[in-house]
Design a protein around this ligand. Structure first.
Ligand SMILES: *Cc1c(COP(=O)(O)O)cnc(C)c1O
Length: 397
């Protein structure tokens, strides 16, 4: 039974794909020169980095000079927020606008900027499906606003934000616009020019490249303070000797992703819809969290089951070989209900009974069928033992 490995947590991380692995291998020991050294041997390392920069830029309709490699999605988010606010402070711009459902890499950075530096932060609400209203962005902008940072798509419930509209408003109001596209970049076609995006964070390990590599797109002409101070790497904007193999991996992963994205997402979104309708049909009082159709990430399923604990269901699923999540991997160590589900208006007891399944390249149609066989049994069995469920039935009788 434990032999079974049904991985349904592609939003937490993905395996490095074989092609990416192959592209990276030479850069650990054969081609290891420091890209900043002057001798000709190091030119190969420099060339590999510039190729990867081109691959990433091409994927988003950006220019290579607008792509800066970082250590992670988290670092990219920290850099965009801290670097922009610190740079614009002297111009009297001390206000940041973000949303209540951001990843902690944004939320905790915003809290830090407020607590340590006294910057003002507005946390915009979302509707019951997790959408930010662009008019709320417009109304929150004042003459002190330095930056708007709204995630492209949410990692817990998969809601895709009206990014184009928000980008237009920011451009019109002459306010910088950053988006955390760590999840979206792995699943959607993104054109930073068309969407008026000024800065965008991505991460390797969410798109079949290794952990510990990321990038920040910074539109030409935009200034922000450096986050990492030291040597002159990345045009003197991000210090530290380059993660050569990681950068090569990210570039390769992006290029491969683009070639297969449309086919992958057609397949995966149809399995997503099969799982969602299966759950709603087979499990009484199951509720889907987030939006539907094209406003939802193709790979995301997030459902609440009144009367049961998500954590317990996870262990039962694990026993049957299914790896899933209760929300974001980062907060699963804490017992607080997800800040995202609460922002959508879920009651604590519903938020506690939530599960997230995220599909990807490891998913097969057999996995889909297996989940739909196992999950209803598990929920029914746990509900039988649950006083919460009994109370719920009584109050609904
Ligand atoms: C995973 C994730 C991050 C953090 O990326 P790391 O590379 O793990 O630091 C940031 N934002 C979102 C939306 C994510 O899903």
């Amino acid at each position: 039974m434990q032999e079974k490995f049904v991985y349904m947590d592609h939003t937490a991380t993905t395996p490095v794909s074989p092609e990416v692995m192959k592209a990276m291998m030479p850069y650990f020991s054969e081609v290891f020169g420091n890209p900043s050294s002057v001798y000709s041997y190091s030119k190969k390392s420099r060339a590999a980095i510039e190729k990867a920069r081109m691959q990433v830029a091409n994927a988003f309709n950006a220019a290579p000079a607008e792509i800066f490699f970082t250590s992670s999605g988290t670092e990219s988010d920290n850099w965009a927020l801290k670097g922009t606010l610190e740079n614009l402070k002297s111009k009297g711009k001390t206000h940041l606008i973000t949303s209540k459902i951001e990843h902690h890499a944004i939320l905790h950075t915003a809290e830090y900027l407020h607590k340590i530096h006294g910057f003002d932060v507005t946390y915009l609400p979302v509707d019951s499906e997790g959408r930010v209203n662009p008019e709320d962005v417009r109304n929150a902008i004042n003459d002190k606003t330095a930056l708007v940072s709204i995630m492209f798509a949410n990692n817990e419930v998969g809601t895709i934000q009206p990014i184009k509209k928000i980008g237009e408003i920011c451009r019109e109001k002459k306010v910088l616009f950053h988006t955390d596209a760590v999840q979206a970049a792995a699943q959607l076609n993104i054109d930073v020019k068309d969407l008026n995006i000024d800065m965008m964070s991505i991460s390797g390990h969410k798109m079949y490249a290794p952990k510990g590599i990321g990038a920040l797109y910074i539109r030409k002409g935009i200034r922000l303070e450096n986050f990492m101070h030291g040597g002159g790497q990345e045009s003197a904007r991000r210090a530290s000797t380059e993660n050569l193999a990681g950068i090569v991996g990210l570039g390769e992963a992006m290029e491969i992703l683009k070639t297969r994205l449309d086919d992958d997402m057609r397949r995966i979104s149809s399995w997503r819809d099969e799982i969602i309708s299966g759950i709603l049909a087979k499990i009484p009082y199951a509720k889907l969290n987030g939006a539907t159709g094209s406003e939802r990430l193709p790979n995301n399923i997030n459902c609440s089951f009144i009367g049961v604990e998500g954590e317990t269901l996870l262990l039962d699923l694990d026993y049957r070989g299914i790896s899933a999540s209760t929300g974001s991997a980062c907060s699963s160590a804490s017992l607080d209900p997800s800040h995202v589900l609460l922002a959508l208006g879920l009651k604590h007891e519903m938020a506690h009974g939530s599960l997230r399944f995220t599909l990807g390249r490891l998913t097969t149609h057999d996995h889909v069928k297996y989940l739909l066989e196992v999950l209803p049994e598990i929920v029914a069995r746990r509900r039988e033992m649950s006083p919460l469920w009994e109370d719920f039935l009584k109050s609904n009788a």
